[in-house]
Design a protein around this ligand. Structure first.
Ligand code: KIV
Ligand code: ZN
Length: 554
């Protein structure tokens, strides 16, 4: 990289817009959406989609609720042309969906495009030509006037052929894009757009779409918003236009540029699922739509089956959705940090109790709304705290560790996870718990237990395996647990202790035991130690829990 980049790169000149209004606007409703997956997205694939892949994606886009879909560039290839014909001839386009086709301002291409659309119910013909100084100079070698002449001629050629569609009952909307708009002088973008308007003569009843592309993202999103507001304010017959945004993501701010562009007065947004498109991609429409949703607005697009949509996208495009892609990525509802996990757990349980407005820390939306599950929310690695460990044991196995026990087991589990150096599953955590508590059978192992109570005094007779040798022991107390503790201390030679906490729960399905007991003991030195035991008999589960604690006390 250069020490002084200014010798090679220059600052982007902002638009002069001293009284800009967009910073104090808010977005209150969804824009008109147009998917350009099948055109702009498709053009950017190493292997473009074939007809059946395009059909697969078209159906998915319709299912999401897109009412305008740019289906291709029919003059560019036979695949594109025959895709249009299949959509139309096989009646695959719902009545409320308009298909859009892109075309350059060239007669042969316009002719082929019109042919490809014959018989459709509703179409948008989208003509573009490039307008920026660099394109004018290097690519076309044309003056501003000559570039305007190209657009006007193309607009006229389309107009002359419209009857071929309208006579057959096709409703046609016309769209013009001054390609590379954001790198074009706003005054020139206005001039060329107005020249096209002069040909197409849009009215408030039959508007045309003026699409203002950020073909290559060359400036900050606030500057793009200024450009949009400038056009919306200065162009003639604004009321006869649907102003449309088409952003790319070269500086990583396609979403911001679109949102600020909406504040600046645009009505419509073009983009793709998950941001597929040339270079860094097109605008990710999912992001803008879900951003509206998380602010309580109906985005008019439905991503309830996000996983299904991702599968379709990966199948048809061969692309993948990065794990941290907003809303869609595999990791976006996953917290690795212990404090995050704890906060999410508390937030989720608060939300479940009150079921009002979503305000769960760290989760912008309820993962359930897009077909994700809460169990994806928390995973355990060495960064996790006790909250995450407890959450997984509870959500996956119904094991509800007492709070104090979470404090004891959390660091034990963390040390093991740390030494493994990787994330662990719920099943692995359960195994750790079993090993630490349930399977602690030395020095004392229970062989047989029996307790009787008379007038509130319980006597227990049991046989234990102590350091490998079987022995019968007895004890007395005001309950079976107290009697067993007495037998351990007075007869089996265990160091003195008292039982301080006892909790039991039944285990739900799929586990080998029906009851799980947790016991906390206090040793003679004041140490608090937990134990746990399972059995189909709840009394035996608690007796095993006492032994587990005593064995752990060592
Ligand atoms: O990015 C772009 O400018 C385009 C146009 C053809 C609209 O895709
Ligand atoms: Zn584009």
């Amino acid at each position: 990289m250069l020490k002084n980049p200014s010798v090679k790169y220059q600052r982007f000149d902002p638009v002069s817009l001293p009284n800009r209004r967009w910073p104090s606007q808010t977005i209150t409703k969804a824009p008109i959406w147009c998917s350009v997956d099948l055109r702009d997205g498709n053009q950017a694939l190493a292997v473009p989609m074939n007809v059946s892949q395009k059909l697969d994606m078209f159906d998915a886009l319709v299912k999401c609720g897109f009412k305008e879909i740019e289906v291709g560039f029919p003059s560019a290839s036979n695949t594109e042309f025959s895709f249009n014909r299949r959509l139309i001839e096989e009646n695959r386009i719902p009545d409320d969906v308009t298909i859009q086709c892109l075309v350059q301002a060239r007669e042969d291409l316009i002719e082929k495009t019109v042919q490809s659309l014959i018989g459709a119910k509703k179409v948008i013909i989208h003509m573009y030509n490039s307008t920026s100084p660099a394109q004018r100079k290097y690519v076309f070698g044309k003056s501003k006037e000559e570039i305007i002449a190209v657009a006007v001629k193309g607009a006229q050629m389309i107009k002359d052929r419209l009857h071929r569609l309208t006579e057959g009952g096709t409703h046609v909307t016309l769209q013009y894009s001054p390609e590379s708009f954001s790198a074009t002088e706003v005054e020139f973008a206005k001039e060329i757009s107005e020249a096209v308007m002069d040909v197409w003569q849009p009215t408030p009843q039959h508007k045309m779409i003026l699409n203002l592309p950020d073909t290559v993202e060359v400036c900050m999103p606030n500057v793009y918003a200024d450009q949009i507001e400038w056009i919306c304010t200065n162009i003639k017959n604004r009321e006869s236009l649907i102003v449309s945004l088409h952003t790319h993501n070269d500086r990583g701010t396609g979403t911001a540029a679109t949102e600020l562009g909406l504040l600046a007065g645009a009505d419509r947004v073009e983009g793709t699922l998950f941001g597929n498109g040339e270079r860094t991609g097109n605008l990710d429409i999912v992001q803008v739509a879900m951003n509206l949703y998380m602010h309580g607005m109906d985005p008019k697009l439905d991503f309830s089956d996000m996983n299904g949509l991702i599968q379709m996208y990966e199948r048809t495009t061969g692309m993948t959705v990065p794990p941290r892609q907003p809303y869609a990525g595999e990791l976006v509802f996953t917290a690795f940090s212990g404090s995050h996990q704890d906060a999410i757990k508390k937030g989720l349980s608060g939300y479940e109790q009150h079921n009002t407005i979503w305000d769960v820390p760290y989760l912008t939306i309820d993962p359930n709304d897009i077909g994700r599950e809460y169990r994806e929310v928390i995973r355990v690695n060495s960064q996790s705290g006790k909250g995450g460990v407890a959450y997984l044991l509870e959500s996956e196995f119904g094991i509800e560790l007492p709070k104090d026990m979470q404090r004891e087991f959390g660091p034990i589990a963390n040390d093991i996870v740390d030494s493994l150096g990787r994330e662990v599953s719920g099943a692995e955590l359960k195994q750790m718990f079993w090993k630490e508590y349930i399977e602690r059978e030395t020095p004392f192992q229970l062989y047989h237990f029996h307790a009787d109570g008379v007038d509130g005094v319980f006597t227990c007779r049991c046989s234990l395996v102590i350091n490998g040798k079987e022995r019968g022991v007895t004890g007395k107390g005001n309950g079976p647990i107290a009697a067993f503790a007495d037998a351990l201390i007075t007869d089996a030679g265990a160091p003195s202790f008292e039982v301080t906490t006892y909790r039991e729960q039944s285990l739900s399905s799929g586990t080998e035991a029906a009851a799980l007991a947790f016991i906390q003991i206090k040793t003679a030195t004041g140490k608090l130690i937990w134990g746990a035991g399972t059995d189909t008999n709840i009394e035996l589960a608690s007796i095993k829990a006492v032994l587990s604690a005593v064995n752990r006390a060592g």
